[in-house]
Design a binder for this molecule. Structure first.
Ligand code: CA
Ligand code: ZN
Length: 556
């Protein structure tokens, strides 16, 4: 009986799917700013079409087509010709709030974090003039009686696989060496040194260390991090398996977190040696001030509290030159003091501004509350319509790791779930205005509680929980959780959404593809599946295409 029921279910799922899943796409990211991109695309597209795929999500910045030069537009015409000949539908990727594609419209669109500091007026300028932050024995030069470094409150495997090394060092008398190959390693294979560090709130810090490796695996298990334990993302990851002394450094905003721990080392090391030395942390000054609605500049006398007036006591502060400029690597922004100002040389100023939010590895999300972005969406949608007039539009709205922190967001008195859903609604409206019958796809992670739809998400203020109930039901959810693919497809299907499978994900085998293929066929209203590669790995594209195009589900 069970068998028969399964057979009926399978037959129903296959109705109208003689060639497999309806949408069988691959992901392709290139900007077509050079002719070589075209040749590469044609080769990948031919492989895809030859193995049964019928569409491509192209991430080529088409959202700014209205600003492209003639050569780039001509190359895109060639892309259209190639796809028409190969019978591949083009779904352009557009509008990433998480990875800041909107910064093309205005660098001040970045999500912004409050910054406050005491600046000093000297002559006709006032600027940040930092406090030093004592960080003794960041160079592992002084050891305690047990042989472990002074000041460091925790070293994994002290004396077992972690050693002060006087032979190999970057500076001073010694470094700290981890032997990741030892059989004495802990279950979690952590090889880290850490200590507490007390920071000021809403201040900028640059942390650095030097790293040397020898046969170190996996190389991306190296990480330097400053963690408060509250969802923050202040870290840099990665080294080479074998490298001479190399500096690792990054800048971060302390936000509301005073008590933090600084970590250097490996999470999950399996082999080789890792040395760290000369760890330091310093306060740095902001190099850009965000100037837009919701990001006021406030300057007062630090002693008397008297407020100064922009345009009278100090010249208007310029906006963001580039959200990618890391404070501490560029000169700090300055206030120019005009004649007749109430600010006098030697005055100490309490300065509050907003600075670009930086998260994870140099990622710059945008503020979804800023209505100016709607103008860009309208321009952009009209451009995409003129360039391609696609039926399928793919919103690149994944991993939005900052937001809710500027006064514009706070004044809305809501959470990230509502801010996000409202933004998606505005994106949808901009598309529907130029293409009423558009199918609109979106990455599903910001709407799935098992991925990113929760509270304490990186630098966000307010929860994303419940976002799945707020977004229009005609948006197609591209599920890409590799671990929870079955649960995620079911979650959105049960809520009444159409779904799409973001499969493959740069793995080395097609094991998961068989499962995605089966799940996508069994899930009601699942439109198809996509070969999704971030690393331009197309080696398995042909067999992938055959699996998802076959009339029946095939077993591995
Ligand atoms: Ca040292
Ligand atoms: Zn905001």
């Amino acid at each position: 009986m069970k068998k028969t029921m399964f057979a009926f279910a399978a037959m129903a799922a296959f109705a109208g799917l003689a060639g497999g899943l309806q949408n069988r796409w691959f992901y392709y990211a290139r900007n077509f700013t050079q002719d070589a991109d075209l040749a590469d695309f044609e080769q990948v597209a031919s492989t895809a079409a030859g193995s049964g795929l019928n569409g491509v999500q192209i991430a080529c910045g088409l959202e700014s087509w209205h600003t492209w030069d003639a050569k780039r537009k001509a190359r895109f015409e060639k892309v259209k010709e190639i796809c028409a000949r190969l019978k591949l539908e083009i779904a352009p990727a557009l509008w990433s709030a998480g990875y800041g594609s909107f910064l093309r419209a205005d660098q001040n669109a970045c999500a912004a974090l409050p910054y406050s500091g005491v600046w000093t007026c000297s002559g006709r300028v006032a600027t940040w003039s930092g406090d030093s932050l004592p960080f003794p024995n960041g160079g592992f030069d002084e050891a305690k009686a047990n042989g472990m470094p002074k000041e460091w409150s925790w070293v994994d495997g002290a004396g077992k696989f972690a050693f002060i090394d006087p032979e190999v060092k970057h500076g001073g008398a010694s470094s700290l060496r981890f032997e990741c190959s030892t059989t004495q390693a802990s279950k979690h294979r952590h090889f880290r040194a850490s200590r507490a560090v007390t920071l000021k709130t809403n201040s900028l810090y640059r942390v650095r260390c030097w790293v040397k490796t020898e046969g170190f695996e996996p190389a991306d298990s190296f990480q330097m991090a400053v963690l408060s334990g509250k969802g923050d993302s202040n870290s840099r990851r990665g080294a080479k398996p074998t490298q001479d002394w190399t500096e690792v450094a990054f800048t971060f905003n302390s936000g509301r977190n005073v008590q933090n721990r600084i970590y250097v080392g490996s999470w999950g090391g399996k082999a080789g040696k890792l040395w760290v030395d000369d760890v330091s942390i310093e306060e740095v000054g902001p190099c850009d001030a965000v100037r837009r609605e919701g990001c006021p500049v406030r300057v007062a006398n630090a002693e008397t509290g008297v407020r100064y007036v922009e345009g009278r006591d100090y010249e208007p502060l310029p906006g963001v030159k580039s959200a990618w400029r890391a404070p501490g690597t560029k000169p700090p922004v300055k206030l120019s003091i005009p004649e007749g100002s109430a600010i006098k040389a030697g005055d100490r100023l309490a300065v509050s501004i907003y600075v670009p939010a930086t998260v994870a590895n140099n990622q710059h999300p945008v503020c979804m509350s800023w209505r100016r972005l709607d103008d860009y969406m309208a321009e952009s949608a009209a451009g995409v319509k003129a360039a391609l007039d696609p039926k399928s539009w793919f919103l690149a709205m994944d991993e939005i790791r900052a937001g809710g922190t500027c006064e514009l967001c706070i004044s809305r008195n809501t959470d990230m779930a509502h801010i996000l859903a409202d933004f998606v609604e505005r994106e949808r409206a901009a598309i529907k205005k130029v293409r009423p019958d558009a199918d609109i796809y979106i990455w599903a992670d910001m709407f799935y509680p098992g991925q990113n739809a929760h509270d304490n998400y990186y630098s966000c203020r307010g929860t994303y929980e419940g976002s799945w109930n707020l977004v229009p039901k005609d948006i197609i959810m591209c599920c890409w959780s590799q671990k929870q693919r079955a649960e995620q497809l079911k979650f959105f299907s049960d809520l009444g959404f159409r779904t799409f499978g973001g499969a493959y994900y740069d793995v080395d085998t097609l094991d998961s593809t068989y499962d995605w293929n089966r799940l996508c066929r069994e899930t009601p209203n699942c439109l198809g599946v996509m070969y999704t590669t971030w690393q331009r790995k197309y080696a398995l594209l042909a067999p992938f295409g055959k699996i998802v195009s076959a009339a029946a589900v095939t077993a591995p």
